[in-house]
Design a binder for this molecule. Structure first.
Ligand SMILES: Cc1cc2nc3c(=O)[nH]c(=O)nc-3n(C[C@H](O)[C@H](O)[C@H](O)COP(=O)(O)OP(=O)(O)OC[C@H]3O[C@@H](n4cnc5c(N)ncnc54)[C@H](O)[C@@H]3O)c2cc1C
Length: 386
């Protein structure tokens, strides 16, 4: 097995590191102009939509370079490469594959230039894991569709300008995967009502969205009518090695080690406690396993083999690891560990307790652990469905 990078890959890493050294000031020195400048500079470098075809304004970047870019950005705790994570991750790729020429011209440049933010309207109150069972109705009337229904848990809905929306156009379809249709809808359309939901950490990142007689022009349909499932599934076939997430986990472990160094347990430095040391070693080993899994996925993609179910392994692994690390940090500091930002004795500015309360972000968002277990059991291990 060869883990070494080629000369040109190493020089690309150097280029990213040099850029970060010159353009990423410490967090405390970042003023209101910083983000705008940052977004312009990374765009100029061709790092936004790095792997997208040049014909669409991307850079045709290779998979290894893309992983290096993600790794270095995560290591430096740099801001995102665009304002619309979802636009870059799946709306853009979906439009490139299924969009009309007009849609490509209208939407792709704005995503790359961070001019718009997209949100994703898939989940409904009774249809989260079983996404294909959606009920939000779209009905073709003349030159537009009339949309009625509800979405929930839509991240970014309170500030997004556009939503990629899954609806049902055929309620009599033979299978639930048929009869689903995808739309690109402006959030300021009459009849769209956004009700932010406060999560238990106190943030209002997601919302319920109510659609009442919303008129969506037929030209805003993405892909053919009834083919929304295909559009949704294939848009996700991007770089999915989870290398960036692994780097974030290593950074989190460094912060945990820092916390251990500054904490005392029963009058002695926590770093001298064998149980604490063993736990840190366990975390490190688990993250290393994630890293090598990630590299395995990357190798597969480089060989041109599509990724499918295997990415559920790292998703599941990360979900439990994040919870274990947050719980460990919070319990290490006793009562003070529970205090949030502003609390008299809050530890690390309350960041560990906040992260512990935000566990649904990595555990539920994008598919629950049970669903990942089902995927691993059925599609990787070949176990029977019942
Ligand atoms: C932070 C966050 C951000 C999100 N952002 C978005 C977003 O931007 N857009 C969007 O559309 N959605 C978003 N979601 C919704 C998310 O995709 C769903 O919450 C998730 O898919 C689970 O669906 P559900 O909430 O309906 O739970 P359910 O599907 O009702 O699941 C409830 C429980 O039952 C279990 N379960 C369900 N089915 C099975 C099964 N077949 N076998 C075994 N166990 C099962 C689940 O594992 C879970 O424990 C977000 C959620 C969170 C927490």
């Amino acid at each position: 097995m060869d883990f070494d990078y080629t000369e040109s890959e190493q020089s690309f890493r150097q280029e990213v590191q040099d850029f970060l050294r010159e353009n990423l000031p410490p967090k405390k020195d970042r003023d209101e102009h910083f983000l705008k400048n940052w977004l312009e500079k990374v765009r100029e470098r061709g790092w936004v939509g790095f792997s997208w075809p040049k014909a669409f304004g991307g850079s045709d970047g290779g998979l290894i370079e893309q992983a290096i870019l993600k790794e270095e950005m995560a290591l430096a705790k740099a801001p995102p490469l665009g304002t619309s994570m979802m636009g870059l991750a799946w709306v853009g790729p979906g439009i490139m594959e299924y969009g009309t020429e007009e849609q490509k011209k209208k939407f792709i440049p704005d995503i790359l230039d961070s001019k718009v933010t997209w949100c994703t309207g898939y989940s409904e109150p009774n249809h989260g894991s079983d996404l294909a069972a959606i009920q939000c109705k779209a009905e073709l009337i003349g030159d537009h569709y009339l949309v009625n229904g509800q979405k929930i848990w839509t991240t970014g809905a309170p500030w997004s300008q556009w939503i990629i929306l899954l609806t049902r156009t055929d309620f009599k379809a033979k299978s639930k995967h048929e009869g689903i249709t995808c739309f690109l809808v402006p959030m300021d359309s009459p009849g769209v009502e956004v009700k932010p939901i406060k999560n238990m950490a106190g943030d209002k990142h997601f919302a319920e969205i109510f659609f009442t007689d919303v008129q969506v022009p037929a030209e805003n349909r993405l892909g053919a009518e009834g083919e929304g499932w295909k559009v949704t599934v294939s848009a996700l076939a991007n770089e999915r090695s989870s290398i960036g997430e692994v780097t974030q986990m290593f950074s989190k472990l460094d912060e945990l080690k820092e916390l251990v160094r500054s904490t005392r347990v029963q009058g002695r430095p926590a770093a001298e406690d064998p149980a604490v040391r063993r736990q840190l070693a366990r975390f490190e080993t688990k993250i290393a396993a994630m890293k090598y899994n990630g590299l395995r996925y990357l190798t597969k993609q480089i060989k041109g083999e599509p990724l499918s179910s295997e990415t559920s392994v790292n998703k599941l692994h990360r979900a439990s690891l994040e919870i274990e690390m947050d719980d460990f940090a919070v319990s290490l500091s006793g009562e003070a560990g529970l205090q949030l930002k502003g609390g008299e004795n809050a530890v690390s500015g309350g960041s560990w307790s906040k992260s512990a309360l935000n566990w649904p972000n990595v555990v539920i968002g994008g598919g629950t652990p049970n669903i990942q277990r089902n995927i691993i059991a059925e599609r990787i291990l070949g176990l029977p469905k019942d």
